[in-house]
Design a protein around this ligand. Structure first.
Ligand SMILES: [Zn+2]
Length: 263
């Protein structure tokens, strides 16, 4: 079975040591053939929503450059979702330079409303979505229950931009997933990923709205080179095969990501 992980990180971020070697090591160990990577150095505020330290001077270019370099080194195994900085920078020359130089490695955009302190409905997000529409790039968005990351904001953005495909990472992290599942089911350009999503919730989404709506993603290697050993991911790798049809399982583990991200 081909496995593609559409939600992977690199970068040293607070307690998280997400080095590229962990990504490669874990992919080999768990049979993942391709990863879409975003670099956590693109955060705009810290976990307490305080300004970052003065020596944290990554721009939209330099914060994403490590991911582009990683993709070049592992051509055919790694693609890049640049981590956007809509709050402190906006769609600027730094980002244009990154997108230009990244070329074919760039497969979509990553927006993290919590670390950017902006909901997806904010006007600062608009230029990114226009670009995504123009280049047919999907947008992967962190969703949770905090004031910036709520699924309903992604729904509003998706409704306003029918040509862009939006993927709700985590299907509402820290919730029972039900609100996000209903929203995902209500628009054709809204999807979810499995990162920290209880397999039972993943199954519910598939049974209710179809297997084309859910993409395998994990936040690997946020817990190190064995992030895939988490019971949720072991279930997606193993037991889940018995829960859905073979065709649906293929869509979940690679087909949807290949289709949406044009891999
Ligand atoms: Zn993530």
């Amino acid at each position: 079975m081909k496995i593609i992980d559409e939600h992977v990180h690199i970068g040293q971020l607070g307690p998280f040591d997400m080095r590229p070697s962990y990504v490669i090591e874990s992919m080999e160990r768990y049979g993942v053939s391709y990863s879409l990577v975003s670099c956590g150095l693109g955060v705009e505020f810290d976990q307490e929503h305080q300004p970052l330290p003065n020596d944290w001077d990554y721009t939209q270019y330099s914060a994403n450059l490590p991911a582009v370099a990683f993709a070049r080194q592992y051509d055919g195994k790694i693609g890049v979702l640049p981590w956007c900085k809509p709050h402190t920078e906006g769609f600027n020359h730094e980002l244009e330079k990154l997108l230009r130089e990244g070329g074919n490695c760039i497969k979509g955009l990553k927006i993290h409303p919590f670390y950017s302190m902006l909901p997806m409905t904010a006007p600062e997000i608009e230029p990114y979505l226009s670009y995504a529409a123009e280049k047919e790039l999907p947008v992967l968005i962190h969703t949770a229950s905090d004031e910036f990351s709520q699924p309903k904001f992604v729904y509003e953005a998706a409704k306003a931009h029918p040509r862009v495909n939006f993927i709700m990472a985590h299907v509402g992290l820290g919730t029972d997933n039900n609100e996000a599942i209903e929203l995902i089911g209500s628009l054709p350009n809204l999807y979810g990923d499995t990162a920290w999503v209880k397999p039972e919730s993943g199954l519910k989404l598939i049974k209710k709205y179809g297997a084309h709506k859910l993409l395998f993603g994990t936040d690997n290697p946020i817990d190190g080179a064995d992030t895939y050993a988490h019971p949720f991911y072991r279930t997606y790798f193993n037991a889940f095969q018995e829960w859905v049809t073979p065709d649906d399982y293929e869509l979940l583990m690679h087909g949807n990501t290949e289709r949406l991200y044009h891999l």
